[in-house]
Ligand binder design. Structure first.
Ligand SMILES: [Zn+2]
Length: 64
């Protein structure tokens, strides 16, 4: 994986290595998590089920 702009971090929520810009967890407003988990938390907060969250992430990745 190429990483030009950000340093590698490991997401504490899903354990994935990522180098995109971090999201801040809504749970404590300080834990840095990967953009996917940021999206998951945002979707969960509006009542989207886990299954739907993964489907939405798949669509986001496909369009990226
Ligand atoms: Zn994550």
């Amino acid at each position: 994986m190429k990483c030009e702009h950000y340093e590698f971090r490991t997401c504490p929520k899903c354990g994935k290595c990522y180098c995109e810009r971090s999201s801040i967890s809504r749970e404590d407003n300080e834990t840095l998590i990967c953009p996917d988990c940021g999206t998951r938390e945002a979707l969960a907060s509006i009542g989207v089920s886990k299954e739907e969250q993964e489907q939405i992430l798949e669509i986001i990745h496909r369009n990226a």
